[in-house]
Design a protein around this ligand. Sequence first.
Ligand code: GDP
Length: 219
Amino acid sequence: MDEASTSIRKLLQSARFTISVPELRQMPPDHGREIAFAGRSNSGKSSAINLLCQQRTLARTSRTPGRTQHLVVFELDAERRLIDLPGFGYAKVSKDMRAHWERVLPQYLERRESLAGLVLLMDIRHPLKPQDLVLITWCRQSNVPLHILLSKADKLSRGAAAQTLRTVAAHLTRQGGSQASVQLFSALKHDGAEAAYGVLARWLTIDQEEEKKGPGSVE
Ligand code: GDP
């Protein structure tokens, strides 16, 4: 494990639930850097956040019923945060909830200066659903770097997982703009965490000192 990887792990381990808010104007001051996590309900978003922060209950416990449409803020240090965005794609989602998501999310992506990048979770068995495509487009339009975790990769054979990875990568080449990337991920098997740490470290500028010593291995 290199130094940058150790530093990002430590930083993420210090994640603490700070606040959960329904509206952008209630968010903490827009300075420093933050990384947002998005995904359909049941995509494995909570499991990914918990694994990356090495805290078993961080994401799930903070998302209480009635607050499913909130932006949940986890402070890492005085200048850096993770943001757990509302899940989407519920079959039974009400019109109001959907309208809220469609209003708040693009506002957040467009206006939030400290947003360094968005991690989008997609269940590898159900990739590129309509609202994923919308989010990919919004990121491109707002110039927000995007990194997709194809979650639950353990559910497919290696060959099938690799095929889905190629399909999604090809979609990003066509639609995602130059700042979009994708990888396989399994919270269950702890697969893909190193590659994800590389992206998060870059976005949180963890590896600045490391860059002086030579390039890191970011996929
Ligand atoms: P969220 O609704 O997007 O936050 O999704 P969760 O993290 O709560 O996960 C939804 C379901 O998928 C749960 O039953 C998890 O145990 C399961 N799950 C999450 N990640 C993985 C994974 O990497 N592999 C497998 N097999 N199941 C997973």
